[in-house]
Design a protein around this ligand. Structure first.
Ligand code: HEC
Length: 319
């Protein structure tokens, strides 16, 4: 008991001397006080911290809103609506058992709530997130979990100007700020050589990316159809939606998608061949994804003037 009391005395004496010496230090420093506040050396709580941060915000012209000057599609627009239908449809899966949404559901934060995703050959195709299971040994001939990387969110993809994918293998060759990859130099993809634009990558990074999951064995294609190139697979899938090409590939209701494409592309007379192409499919999916702009953040509120929007710790971290 006695020992504990002495220990406490020593501790409080030490911390007291630490604060005193800090308070007498340099003129622009901030000090963390034992009552839990940041103070400058004149005792002004939080004031100097805000001032320092304001200076940085001003000199970097920060707005707190990465969507400024970006043309974010409206989720209610016909293109984004059809893009959403395509994103949610398993018809783009080689074996009709996996869709984009399987791994990127908006309710799951644009991801799948799993460490490693399960795409094709799930025990139950319609279960997403926790509870989606499959038998690794039979689905992945190489063994191990079916998809080797975590599924990132599809939120705020419109704010990316340089790369997509964890390793940046879909890359804007311009990297123009605000352009989402739509610069004149084009976009490099796994279908083109390193540093060389893929001539059919599409309008922006998001469209360029959307052309690849359908070609991945583990994510959407399945382990059959190994004889086809990436581009043939995309065209076969567009043909499946449109009702042209390989008959064994057809859907039962051939008009289901054509009517939707006619509306979304404002071309009521267009034929299935004209309207439903691998380029229009990926463009529409991208318009849906690019509508997912969620940047109403505490940081934005702070930059726009609300001093209390973020914590002192966050302010300190931003310096
Ligand atoms: C089986 C799960 C699965 C399916 C299905 C799937 N994805 Fe993904 N997605 C992933 C994984 C895993 C990655 C990361 C792969 C990498 O970086 O190599 C990824 C990456 C992405 C990215 C890149 C995000 C970033 O921050 O770079 C986008 C965008 C995306 N997917 C969109 C789609 C679209 C569109 C579809 C449908 C055409 C789709 N995904 C289907 C698992 C999936």
């Amino acid at each position: 008991m006695r020992k504990t009391v002495i220990g406490l005395y020593i501790l409080s004496a030490l911390s007291f001397s630490h604060i005193v010496s800090a308070k007498n230090g340099g003129s622009n420093k901030l000090f963390y006080q034992d009552h839990g506040h940041w103070e400058d050396n004149h005792g002004n709580r939080g004031h100097r911290l805000n001032k320092m941060l304001r200076r940085i915000i001003k000199s970097n012209n920060l707005t707190g809103d990465p969507m400024i000057n970006r043309n974010v599609p409206d989720i209610e627009s016909p293109k984004a609506q059809l893009g959403m239908d395509l994103f949610f449809s398993k018809t783009l899966g080689g074996e009709i058992d996996s869709a984009c949404v399987t791994c990127h559901h908006p309710v799951l934060g644009g991801g799948d709530n799993l460490s490693l995703p399960i795409g094709v050959d799930a025990d139950d195709h319609d279960i997403l997130g926790q509870g989606r299971t499959n038998d690794y040994a039979t689905t992945n001939p190489e063994g191990g979990p079916p998809v080797p990387r975590n599924a990132p969110t599809t939120f705020n993809l419109i704010a990316w100007d340089k790369f997509q994918f964890h390793d940046g293998r879909v890359e804007s060759l311009d990297k123009t700020p605000g352009a989402n990859g739509s610069g004149v130099s084009g976009i490099r993809t796994p279908d083109s050589t390193f540093g060389v634009a893929d001539p059919i990558a599409g309008n922006n990074l998001v469209q360029a990316q959307a052309r690849f999951p359908v070609t991945s064995n583990e994510e959407m294609k399945g382990f059959n159809h190994t004889q086809y190139t990436n581009q043939t697979i995309r065209e076969l899938l567009a043909g499946r939606l449109a009702g042209y090409g390989d008959e064994s590939n057809m859907l039962i209701d051939l008009n289901h998608w054509l009517e939707k494409f006619r509306t979304a592309l404002a071309n009521p007379e267009g034929s299935a061949e004209e309207l439903i192409t691998e380029q229009s499919v990926s463009m529409l999916i991208a318009e849906y994804e690019r509508s997912q702009a969620f940047v109403n953040t505490p940081w934005k509120k702070y930059v726009q003037g609300n001093k209390r929007a973020i914590s002192r710790k966050a302010k300190k971290g931003a310096l």
